[in-house]
Design a protein around this ligand. Structure first.
Ligand code: ADP
Ligand code: ADP
Ligand code: MG
Length: 447
């Protein structure tokens, strides 16, 4: 096992990794930017290293500074969290070349899967259904037009290097497609440094279902069932839950087994997630693989009883996966609500500022993962998510009732949060009656 791990991230995931390390008896070193100097979780780290000013491109995204921090803090491994450098294969390579284990997959696997259009090809090769679309990256607008006419509108243009719901554009006809092609490429170039785009048929009102995987360095891969992340706003997840509603046992099993096949074919190791869209008829199609831990991992931890972050660390340290597929249970129902510092009344605009009061809920079945405290300021420089409320109960009805009760108990003052919007959704009759698809929130709650 490692002696000391550097956590190359911030916020709630930094705290989540600190907690896992302490339970494993591993020391931690945490990097921070000047904006996070007073972040409460830093007190729990064995060492802390300032890596620069607030701007992420001058701190959390600086590979050289993170490697220097690893040297100074004398660590033997680096946990990248999610976001920032977590899916950057050059960063992973640099860590390993500098003598620090990267807690994640191999560089080769990251390269194979990090490019979304290459990952599609890989899934196809494994016999996993993919959304109809282009074979690889689009060479030209003319090629996009010809494929779109062949498979039929509407279509999506998606950035090959994309993530976080960015670099995706919808097109209903030739004119819109020309614009979508330009815009997606432009956004991709700016946000991801690469303009490559590919094309997918737009599946109308699908659900987003993803399978969690754990894989060791010896070819063993297990899935930890699925999560439904259809409750999204602007292609960004707001509420996630498991098990996915109205998914037949057969589809659920097939979808999870497909994920295992892809991981095996890619020589994937550590924790990862395979994402799918599921159409109205229950057909599932691969959309991408996230080669990192995900924000919503706690719902899986709740129903399986498996600590995903501890496993990430143990697998990176070379331990064998002792879980067999038949040991992975799925007990009850779990739901996660993302608490974001944003104003639901002003189109969910980020709403940074000083938190004057923060009293999170507790009680049976309630977990709150957060880095925020009263007196702490939410920085405008980073993601607006300040915490995650996770509820685990025996049944869906109990779980929803507990989530509503917990959100009602929640007291935050000084900043606006997504809590009122979350409550509106969970209390609604539509949520009780419908099986939400990815357009559900925007259709019913964004007027
Ligand atoms: P997931 O599929 O896990 O929800 P996304 O594709 O939305 O992940 O990408 C991860 C998101 O997390 C990004 O939107 C990024 O801005 C955000 N993020 C990165 N680091 C942090 C952090 N420390 N705290 C909160 N959010 C973060
Ligand atoms: P990112 O890498 O930004 O996470 P994804 O490819 O995972 O992008 O897609 C993000 C979201 O966009 C999905 O969760 C889903 O809501 C929607 N989406 C993606 N592909 C399609 C598709 N082919 N048809 C309909 N919706 C899609
Ligand atoms: Mg995705």
């Amino acid at each position: 096992m490692f002696k000391r791990i550097l956590i190359a991230n911030r916020g709630e995931i930094a705290l989540r990794v600190i907690r896992a390390c302490r339970e494993l008896g591993v020391q931690t070193a945490v990097v921070y930017s000047e904006a996070d100097r007073d972040a409460p979780y830093l007190e729990l780290a064995d060492r802390t290293v300032c890596i620069g000013p607030a701007r992420a491109d001058q701190s959390y995204l600086r590979v050289d500074r993170i490697i220097s921090a690893a040297e100074v803090a004398e660590v033997d491994a680096i946990h990248p969290g999610y976001g920032f450098l977590s899916e950057n294969s050059q960063f992973a390579e640099k860590c390993r070349d500098s003598g620090y284990e990267f807690i994640g997959p191999t560089v080769e696997a990251m390269e194979k899967l990090g490019d979304k259009s290459a990952a599609r090809a890989m899934a196809k090769k494994c016999g996993v259904p993919t959304v109809p679309g282009s074979d690889g990256v689009l060479e030209s607008e003319a090629e996009a037009l010809s494929i779109a006419r062949k498979i039929g509108y509407p279509v999506l243009i998606k950035a090959s290097a994309g993530g976080g719901g960015r670099g995706i554009r919808l097109a209903n006809d030739d004119d819109q497609l020309k614009r979508a092609f330009q815009e997606a490429a432009q956004e991709a170039a700016t946000a991801f440094g690469r303009a490559d785009v590919y094309l997918e048929k737009f599946i109308v009102d699908p659900r987003h279902v993803e399978a969690q995987l754990l894989a060791d360095n010896y070819g063993n891969v297990v899935h930890l069932w699925e999560r439904d992340c259809s409750l999204q706003r602007r292609r960004q997840k707001l509420i996630e839950l498991t098990p996915a509603p109205a998914l037949s046992d057969k589809t659920r099993q097939a979808l999870c087994e497909s994920a295992v096949r892809i991981a095996k074919a890619a020589g994937y190791t550590n924790a990862g997630t395979v994402e799918y869209v599921v159409d109205k008829n229950g057909n599932y199609y691969f959309i991408e693989m996230n080669a990192r831990i995900q924000v919503e991992h706690p719902v899986t931890e709740a129903v399986t009883g498996i600590d995903l972050i501890q496993w990430q660390i143990r697998l990176a340290a070379g331990e064998k996966l002792t879980l067999r597929q038949s040991d992975v249970r799925c007990d009850g129902f779990a739901i996660e609500c993302r608490i974001n510092a944003e104003d639901p009344e002003r189109n969910f605009r980020p709403c940074p500022g000083k938190i004057e009061r923060l009293d999170p809920p507790g009680g049976f079945g309630v977990r709150f993962d957060s880095c925020a405290r009263a007196g702490f300021s939410v920085s405008p420089h980073y993601d607006s998510m300040i915490g995650k409320l996770i509820v685990h109960r025996a049944t869906r009805d109990e779980g929803i009732a507990t989530a509503i009760r917990a959100l009602e108990e929640f007291k935050v003052e000084g900043i606006k949060t997504s809590i009122p919007a979350l409550l509106r959704i969970l209390r609604s009759e539509k949520f009780a009656k419908e099986v939400p698809d990815v357009g559900f929130i925007e259709r019913h709650f964004m007027n």
